[in-house]
Design a protein around this ligand. Structure first.
Ligand code: FES
Length: 109
């Protein structure tokens, strides 16, 4: 897994931002003291979720109002890909697995 720094000034304050991590575009959210990372593209019609906001542990897509759980990525019938997050002092990182790691994981089940 490759780790990408989340470029926010203070990881402890609420935020919604978008980062490019390898070939992934990821929406990163600081919410209630935790950090979550999900695919930035809404699975409904592809809108940018980093332009949305959070309510009750969910990211809300501003285009049509669909909501997705920040921990699981679960929406109502649609899912967002979720990513690992780690903190190291005042810096946080998003982890992205390569496709080879995903394939290896599939065959090792
Ligand atoms: S594009 Fe996100 S809810 Fe429609």
């Amino acid at each position: 897994m490759k780790w990408y720094r989340i470029p926010v000034a203070d990881i402890n304050n609420p935020f919604v931002t978008k980062i490019k991590a390898g070939n992934q575009t990821i929406c990163v959210v600081g919410y209630n003291g935790d950090i979550f990372a999900v695919s930035a593209m809404c699975p409904h019609q592809g809108f940018d979720l980093s332009k949305g906001w959070c309510e009750n542990g969910k990211i809300i897509c501003p285009l049509h109002g669909n909501s997705f759980d920040l921990q699981t990525g679960k929406g109502s019938g649609e899912f967002l890909k979720t990513y690992a997050v780690k903190k190291d002092g005042g810096t946080a990182y998003v982890g992205v697995r390569s496709i080879w790691e995903d394939i290896t994981k599939l065959f090792n089940k």
